[in-house]
Design a protein around this ligand. Structure first.
Ligand code: FAD
Length: 283
């Protein structure tokens, strides 16, 4: 973990683009609440293969209009160099200088891979087109990306992506702090030198958490599952337990030198605000 201690901790919050008027109003209220905490930036996800893409631009534009720093996610699978060039140019015009660059996953049934195969190609393309204009964040997987044959192979691929020009990484969420510490140590041994910020998923809803975790390969430890199953539909007990578990995880990560936290807010402010206060983070 020593290599991470030299980086100044940064705190950020992630949203997804709302699809309805009600969702937009709710996100506006969430941004208002979270902005009081003073995070470094707000990021907004981007659907691979055509979904929610306009929504990302609109959400990012709204965040900027409110006077906050926004980092759009960009996925490359199924896309073309021309489309990415246009997107980068529209974000430059908006004054954006931070981007989360990802491969994305093609929607089921879609077989159009487009002109990019992996995220490192997107990172290299952004650097080629825009030089040092963008600070580029990429994804990292302390518990291994689901498609990778082994963690070692995944770390080798992660290094290619970092060497293509990434400035920092945000991890997939995890509940096992040792997975993160070991991953960071392995990266250090592979001469990967950039901040690797833990992605933090609040625990608020058992079914939703199960479904997300199955999709992205994040492990929910058995002792957490057992308690969540016991709480069944008792949402307030799930929230209280989740807050305690995730606060403890975040505190341990920061105490050991993690260079900040990236909160997956799911467009709600309550859990992130509560975690922020429990951790005594200052603005
Ligand atoms: P890559 O880095 O390309 O890796 C994908 C897989 O390919 C890995 O298994 C890797 O080991 C392998 N690989 C990489 N390079 C090579 C190579 N040269 N040869 C062989 N194998 C290789 N998805 C969205 O659709 N929209 C979002 O906004 C979004 N935001 C995210 C934010 C964060 C912080 C994270 C952690 C994930 C996000 N995702 C998002 C999910 C992400 O798109 C998926 O996890 C996707 O499957 C992989 O994306 P990547 O950028 O990590 O891909």
């Amino acid at each position: 973990m020593d290599s991470q201690k030299k980086f100044k901790p940064g705190f950020s919050c992630e949203f997804f683009p709302p699809k309805t008027e009600k969702g937009r109003a709710s996100l506006a209220a969430t941004i208002e609440e979270l902005s009081k905490l003073g995070p470094g930036y707000f990021s907004c996800t981007y659907g691979a293969g055509g979904t929610t893409q306009e929504g990302t631009y609109e959400t990012v534009r709204d965040i900027v209009a409110r006077g906050f720093q926004a980092a759009p996610h960009i996925t490359c699978i199924g896309s073309t160099r021309q489309k990415i060039t246009n997107l980068l140019s529209s974000y430059q015009q908006l004054g954006i200088n931070k981007i989360v660059a990802l491969r994305g996953d093609l929607p089921e049934g879609s077989d159009t891979a487009g002109e990019f195969k992996y995220a490192h190609e997107l990172v290299a393309f952004i650097r080629k087109q825009t030089g040092d204009h963008f600070h580029i964040e990429v994804a990292a997987y302390p518990e291994k990306h689901p498609e990778a044959v082994s963690l070692q192979q995944d770390i080798g691929n992660f290094k290619i992506k970092v060497d293509a020009g990434a400035n920092a990484a945000i991890t997939q969420y995890f509940f096992n702090r040792d997975a993160y510490f070991r991953f960071v140590d392995d990266c250090e041994a592979s001469k990967i030198e950039l901040p690797i910020v833990p992605g933090i998923m609040p625990i608020t809803n058992y079914k939703q958490l199960m479904s997300f975790s199955q999709g992205c390969g994040a492990e929910i430890p058995r002792w957490i599952l057992t308690r969540l199953e016991h709480f069944a539909d008792d949402l307030s007990s799930i929230r209280a337990f989740g807050l305690e578990v995730v606060s403890e995880l975040c505190a341990q990560l920061l105490a050991e030198g993690a260079p900040g936290l990236h909160f997956y807010t799911l467009n709600k402010s309550d859990s992130t605000v509560a975690l922020w206060h429990n951790l005594g983070l200052t603005t």
